[in-house]
Ligand binder design. Structure first.
Ligand SMILES: Nc1nc2c([nH]c(=O)n2[C@H]2C[C@H](O)[C@@H](COP(=O)(O)OP(=O)(O)OP(=O)(O)O)O2)c(=O)[nH]1
Length: 134
């Protein structure tokens, strides 16, 4: 049994109700797949501070822990990955792909039309339903 890797990720929701997806960089797991921005939580780090840090490093936007609302989580039994998905509607700055990743603001109904790692698909479906008021 391998280690549990915990990842914090976020559904950033803009004023039009669209969600930001970004591509996974070349050379990493699931390269080219669409994902929610975020990354691994470092030793001793809180889930929310990891996200605030990742959003600054990867997208150049600033947010605060109090702007991150826990939404859902998913697990991958093959890899032991635990993905914590937060939602955020408030940040400063315009998101840019600082690590060469592509960015796309996606309508909730279009989320599942994107290739995503398996752990993301049920989360994307929940998010679509939540944003559509189902
Ligand atoms: N950020 C993010 N990672 C995801 C998602 N879905 C999913 O399976 N993952 C996986 C891919 C990776 O195995 C892991 C995240 O690791 P990462 O590569 O982004 O983390 P990191 O920036 O700390 O990377 P590194 O230290 O390994 O370079 O979670 C998702 O929606 N967002």
């Amino acid at each position: 049994m391998g280690e549990c890797v915990i990842v914090s990720a976020v559904g950033l929701i803009d004023r039009d109700g669209r969600v930001l997806l970004t591509t996974r960089p070349e050379g990493k797991d699931y390269a080219g797949f669409w994902e929610f921005p975020g990354g691994k939580i470092e030793d001793g780090e809180r889930a929310e501070s990891a996200l605030v840090r990742e959003l600054r490093e990867e997208l150049g936007i600033r947010t605060e822990e109090s702007c991150l609302a826990p939404f859902s989580f998913g697990t991958d039994s093959d890899t032991g990955l635990l993905l914590l998905l937060f939602l955020c509607r408030k940040w400063d700055g315009a998101a840019q792909g600082l690590e060469g990743q592509e960015l796309k603001w996606v309508a909730p109904s279009e989320l599942l039309a994107h290739d995503m790692p398996p752990i993301d698909r049920p989360l994307a479906a929940q998010l679509r339903d939540f944003l559509s008021g189902l």
